[in-house]
Design a protein around this ligand. Sequence first.
Ligand code: PAF
Length: 286
Amino acid sequence: MKQLTETQQLKELIAQYRSEGRTIGFVPTMGFLHEGHLTLVEKASKENDIVVMSIFVNPTQFGPGEDYEAYPRDLKRDARLAEQAGADVLFTPSPSDMYKGEQNVAVQVKRRTDVLCGASRVGHFDGVATVLTKFFNLVKPTRAYFGLKDAQQAAVVDGLIEDFFMDIELVAVDTVREEDGLAKSSRNVYLTEQERKEAPMIYKALQQGAELIKDGERNPETVIKTVTDIIENTSGVIDYAELYAYPELTPLKTLNGKVILACAVQFSKARLIDNIIIDIDEWERS
Ligand code: PAF
């Protein structure tokens, strides 16, 4: 695995791959890798000639008071895991290389961001879309891989690729879970022992909500009440529990089509998010 830290080095390497006609799978991350990330690398490795992973804790997607400084980092361990999973190139740029001097342009996301995490993290998805535009221009990927745990992020990237005519296939990959159902996340390390025991209730609550929909419930409020009632039995505080059309993230009076049932729960030091995407039409057909 080649390990590069400078944007110029990466540009030269990518130019070489492209001149050789190789396909490139790109897995952007902020590091502190877990199985969720490694699943993306493994899939990318099956579907492309070359896999590029980036590790970059992107300052522009953190708001004031968020955990930019405290975000867990362990590059040595990450490099070993990335290589084992099949990454060919690990790109770990510095903030000053990614954001050289004062920026002339930043991407502003106009839709799909006023709900879920976007509602409480103002500007977050502008930072994500800006850094991904930079990465996409550097890596020139054939395919880019995103986990569906961050389904709103995947919806924003879908819009970015479409609106800016980017010649990239977005591959959205199912959430990887612990045995008890808890979605894998770099932030799980912040949970106390007791919170770690309670956290799987989040997915259980979403599953109960999904079951209700499967059984024919079409009123979003009834489904959300079921989900919140279950999560309220934990010590976590619900930030949101919501249902929207997916990937548009628009509200629905009556559930139909593809929908996302999503929630965010704040524990003492960790804010956990999770979701289930349900294709109601498909369920009704089967
Ligand atoms: O999902 C993440 O880790 C980040 O938002 C991403 C996509 C790497 C952009 O910084």
